[in-house]
Design a protein around this ligand. Structure first.
Ligand SMILES: Cc1cc2nc3c(=O)[nH]c(=O)nc-3n(C[C@H](O)[C@H](O)[C@H](O)COP(=O)(O)OP(=O)(O)OC[C@H]3O[C@@H](n4cnc5c(N)ncnc54)[C@H](O)[C@@H]3O)c2cc1C
Length: 257
C-alpha cells in the first residue's frame, strides 16, 4: 500500500524532473573577481542531473527566515562535474537580495535547494558567426557558451562588467574577440555602452546568430533593434532580461530562456 509520501505515488510522478527540488551542500567557495564569487555545490542528488548544453540554468532556493516564503532565483550552471556530482555557480555580488547576500557569506556545509536544469544554448552547425553579449550576470553563461563552441566559428562578444578587474580569461576553440566594457562607478543597468556596441555590431550574413542577456530594459532596447530595425528572424535571436533594476525576483515574460 502507498501513502501520499510514497515516491511512486501519483503526486510524485506528476512533478517533472526539472521542477523537483534537490538539496545540495556548499563544498567550497572561490573568489573569481572583485564582484563575482564562485560557489561549488555538491550532492548525490545531482547524480544523473541532465546537464547537456552550455548555459543551462537552475532555480536556486537559499535559506530564508522562518516567516519568509522561499522564492527561487535563476542561476547559470558555470561548470558541472558528473563524477563528483558537483556544480559551480558564479554569483554577482551586487549587494542586495537574498541570493547575492547569501553568496557573499556562503561557507562549506551551507545548504540550498535546486530545481532544474533548464534551457541552455543549442549550437547550430549552420551558424558561422555569433554575436554574443551581456552584463556580468550573463558572464557565466557567456563563458560556458564560448568554452563549448567549435573551431571555425567567428564570435564577437561584448561584456559589461563593473570594473576592469572583473574581466575573466575564457578559453575557446572558436575565433573569439571579446570587448570588456567596464562601468567604472556607474550603476548597474544604467550604462549604454553595451547596448550601443550590440546595435552597431556587424552581422556578416544570414548565418549569423545573436545571443544577449542583461538588465531587462537594456535587453528590451537591443531586442527591438534586432527585431524591428534589422528584421532578424526570430530563430536567430536569443534575448533575455536576467534582472530588472528596482524589481526583486524579476522574470522576463518576453525572454527566450
Ligand atoms: C536564466 C538566468 C540565468 C542567470 N544566471 C546568473 C548567474 O549565473 N549569476 C548571477 O549572478 N546572476 C544570474 N542571473 C541573474 C539573477 O537571477 C538576478 O540577478 C537575481 O535577481 C538575483 O537575485 P537576488 O536574490 O540577489 O536579488 P533580487 O531579490 O532578485 O533583487 C533585489 C534587488 O537587487 C537588484 N538586482 C538584482 N540583480 C542585480 C544585479 N546583478 N546588479 C544590480 N542589482 C541587481 C534588483 O533590481 C532588486 O532591486 C540569471 C538570471 C537568469 C534569468
Amino acid at each position: 500500500m502507498q501513502n501520499h509520501l510514497s515516491p511512486t505515488s501519483g503526486a510524485e510522478r506528476q512533478i517533472p524532473p526539472e521542477r523537483r527540488l534537490r538539496v545540495a551542500e556548499v563544498r567550497k567557495t572561490t573568489p573569481i573577481t572583485p564582484h563575482m564569487r564562485r560557489v561549488t555545490l555538491a550532492s548525490t542528488a545531482l547524480m544523473n542531473f541532465p546537464v547537456r548544453r552550455p548555459a543551462q540554468w537552475v532555480k536556486l532556493f537559499v535559506p530564508t527566515t522562518e516567516n519568509e516564503k522561499p522564492s527561487g532565483r535563476a542561476y547559470t550552471i558555470r561548470h558541472f562535474r558528473e563524477s563528483p556530482c558537483e556544480m559551480d555557480i558564479d554569483f554577482v555580488l551586487h549587494g542586495d537580495g537574498p541570493c547575492s547576500t547569501w553568496a557573499q557569506s556562503a561557507k562549506p556545509g551551507d545548504v540550498v535547494q535546486i530545481a532544474g536544469p533548464r534551457s541552455g544554448f543549442r549550437i547550430d552547425p549552420r551558424v558561422t558567426h555569433l554575436l554574443i553579449g551581456g552584463d556580468e550576470t550573463a558572464l557565466p553563461a557567456i563563458g560556458a557558451i564560448l568554452e563549448a563552441l567549435p573551431a571555425g566559428l567567428a564570435v564577437e562578444a561584448f561584456v559589461e562588467i563593473p570594473e576592469d578587474a572583473d574581466a575573466q580569461i575564457i578559453h575557446s576553440k572558436a575565433d573569439v574577440e571579446v570587448a570588456w566594457l567596464p562601468r567604472n562607478g556607474r550603476d548597474a543597468g544604467t550604462a549604454t555602452d553595451l547596448s550601443a556596441a550590440m546595435m552597431m555590431a556587424d552581422l556578416p550574413d544570414e548565418n549569423s546568430e545573436v545571443w544577449f542577456a542583461a538588465e531587462a530594459s537594456v535587453v528590451r532596447t537591443v531586442r527591438r533593434h534586432f527585431q524591428l530595425d534589422r528584421t532578424m528572424p526570430r530563430n536567430r535571436l536569443t534575448m533575455s532580461g536576467y534582472w530588472k533594476k528596482g524589481e526583486t525576483d524579476f522574470r522576463d515574460s518576453d525572454g527566450d530562456q
